[in-house]
Ligand binder design. Structure first.
Ligand SMILES: Nc1ncnc2c1ncn2[C@@H]1O[C@H](COP(=O)(O)OP(=O)(O)O)[C@@H](O)[C@H]1O
Ligand SMILES: [Mg+2]
Length: 594
């Protein structure tokens, strides 16, 4: 019988192995950006086309490669970053497996131009489907310039598996942001289909966060900082107002590497306990620096998990430091400047032999100027605002006493009466109904808007003073994609300078105070595929903006007017989403209680 086992040619083996590393354009972006950082670049440029499906180019000004290294770099297990197994336990570079370039080259067409800092001439190498094509000396800038073209051109099944450009683009942005956030000392830029997406100058960590996520975030950020002997924690959390309902801006890094950890997320969530409405997730950018020997990143190339030796201790460190900072910055109701006893307790348990005060741990000294309060000014303004509101309210009561039926006995009306919690009681024929005027109002608004939007474009209301909205880079892209729809809706907008959107007119009915929030909501959604999709979302936002909550109904006249409008709609019991507008008081059941 003849032998049938064969060794696979390298390029076939690589293609199979590539699946581990290269799932989508974003995986390549991550590997190339990380290689540039490992090569000590100070300026990194990412250029993609078709969400990276047809081109991913990364240009760095790092140390470059020699002619031989450029050729070797594409071999599997070719790395300059480790020599032996012992090195795996103290990795300080991003990569170390030496398989990224081999995998990328196996499933695309790669060109690399590179030159070392002290060489006169560089080299240009071309590899297709993992098969070496040619290498020539070349004039090129110092550093490396990788061009990865036509991803999966030779594996059509996997090419088909890629998602649409919007989704792949989002993944690329995610990877780019993760890398850029952790390296605020490097300059980054990103272009998609020739349009700039990000331009990030070197700066502070705060600067980097704000450059990526927008200036609006800046006043929200609270610094977090704590050093214990073997672990340094720093970064920012956003005040509770900055929390979101969707997962989005939660970033954890260890030694400059992004990672995911539901366990540590929980520590942050716990620090915010009592400060967030249910379902809200805090925004945070947190960086841990610790001895590489205390963590294990060697899990899986695509997995963003990291194993920690002292997980529980880090949990306590996160929880207590954030809690304390929220206290110092006057966000948490009780000012608790002390260290969380849980942290000390855990240190005790983890290292019982180290004595009473955690032994070798440096107990952090927290120096707090208790008189310093960065938000004092803001609070003073708020106080004045509240006083003004209270005055206005009293003036209103004095001016229109007949309209108020909150407190005045003689105003009591049998048919319509306001109850605690914003509900109203209403006698309708022989039934008594408890009304949620907020929900009823929502229905009236959406019905009204349905009939007006059929009439065509909305009236525009010119603003006396134009407003300025500071966009982040993502919002800028979104603005580009929706600006064509805005004029017929009544908006007059233009780009004032680089990231500033100028608003000169808004649709009639949109209050000036609502404009910013409204735009922010419009920009929130990922991508509008069709005009229809945008208009529908717009209409929803518009209805929401115009709707009042049940707490807004204080005056009986307003309640009466709403009930009239609602009656015209047939007094429906439910909203289209199934929520109840009113509830019939079950008098028969109540009678039995007496
Ligand atoms: N942008 C770059 N500049 C300089 N050298 C690079 C660059 N990218 C890759 N290399 C070299 O190629 C080698 C292989 O890269 P890669 O396949 O990503 O493996 P790893 O990063 O795990 O070492 C690296 O170890 C490094 O020596
Ligand atoms: Mg690498």
């Amino acid at each position: 019988m003849s032998d049938i086992i064969q060794l696979l040619p390298d390029h076939v083996a690589n293609q199979i192995a590539a699946g581990e590393v290269v799932q989508r354009p974003a995986s390549i972006v991550k590997e190339l950006l990380e290689n540039a950082i490992d090569a000590d670049a100070s300026k990194i440029e990412l250029i993609i086309r078709d969400a990276g499906k047809n081109l991913i180019q990364v240009v760095d000004d790092g140390k470059g490669m020699s002619e031989t290294d450029a050729r070797l770099a594409f071999e599997r297990h070719a790395t300059s970053k480790i020599r032996g197994t012992e090195d795996i336990f103290k990795i300080s570079t991003k990569g170390f497996r030496g398989e990224a370039l081999a995998s990328i080259a196996a499933v695309s067409q790669v060109e690399l131009k590179t030159k070392q800092r002290d060489s006169a001439l560089g080299t240009n190498i071309y590899i297709e489907g993992g098969v070496f094509q040619f290498q020539d000396p070349a004039q090129t800038a110092e550093g490396s310039n990788f061009l990865v073209k036509n991803l999966f051109y030779n594996v059509p099944a996997r090419r088909k598996f890629l998602k649409n450009n919007n989704i792949e683009f989002r993944h690329v942005i995610d990877e780019f942001q993760r890398v850029a956030l952790a390296h605020e000392n490097l300059e980054f830029s990103m272009f998609h289909d020739d349009e700039p997406v990000f331009r990030l100058r070197k700066g502070s960590q705060m600067q980097r966060i704000v450059d990526i996520f927008g200036r609006k975030l800046q006043p929200q950020l609270i610094p977090i900082k704590e050093d214990i002997l073997w672990c340094r924690l720093h970064g920012f959390v956003a005040k509770p107002e900055g929390a979101k309902k969707t997962r989005g801006e939660q970033f954890l890094f260890v030694n400059g590497r992004y990672f995911k950890s539901p366990y540590f997320n929980k520590a942050v969530q716990e620090a915010f306990e009592g400060l967030l409405l249910p379902g809200y997730i805090p925004t945070f950018f947190l960086f841990l620096e610790l001895d590489p020997e205390k963590i294990d990143v060697n899990i899986h190339p695509q997995k963003t998990e990291v194993k920690f030796e002292d997980e529980h201790l880090i949990f306590a460190l996160l929880r207590s430091t954030i809690k304390r900072s929220l206290g110092i910055y006057n966000v948490a109701p009780s000012l608790d400047f002390e260290r969380d006893p849980q942290l000390d307790e855990i240190m005790q348990k983890t290292f019982p032999s180290k004595g009473n005060n955690g032994g070798s741990f440096k107990m952090p000294e927290i120096i707090v100027d208790k008189d310093y309060n960065p938000f004092l000014e803001e609070r003073e303004v708020k106080k004045v605002e509240i006083q003004n509101l209270a005055e206005m309210y009293h003036q209103n009561i004095a001016a229109e006493p007949s309209k108020i039926n909150l407190f005045e006995e003689e105003d009591f009306d049998e048919d319509l009466m306001r109850l605690p919690n914003g509900y109203w009681l209403f006698n309708k024929g022989d039934r008594t109904l408890m009304l949620d005027l907020g929900r009823m109002h929502r229905l009236v608004v959406s019905e009204n808007n349905k009939s007006t939007s059929k009439k065509g474009s909305t009236n525009s209301h010119a603003l006396l003073f134009s407003l300025e909205y500071h966009m982040n880079e993502i919002e800028k892209n979104k603005y580009r994609s929706i600006k064509k729809y805005l004029p017929e809706l009544g908006f007059e907008t233009s780009i004032a300078h680089e990231n500033v959107l100028r608003i000169d007119a808004v649709p009639e009915g949109l209050k000036e105070t609502q404009v910013m929030k409204f735009l922010e909501n419009l920009f929130e959604i990922l991508e509008y595929k069709t005009e229809e999709e945008f208009m529908q979302f717009y209409q929803n936002q518009w209805n929401k903006m115009q709707s009042k909550s049940r707490f807004d109904f204080i005056y009986k006249a307003d309640a009466e007017q709403l009930i009239k409008d609602f009656t015209a709609l047939g007094f429906p019991e439910f909203l289209p989403n199934g929520k109840r507008c009113f509830y019939e008081v079950p008098f028969n059941d109540i009678k039995n209680k007496f």
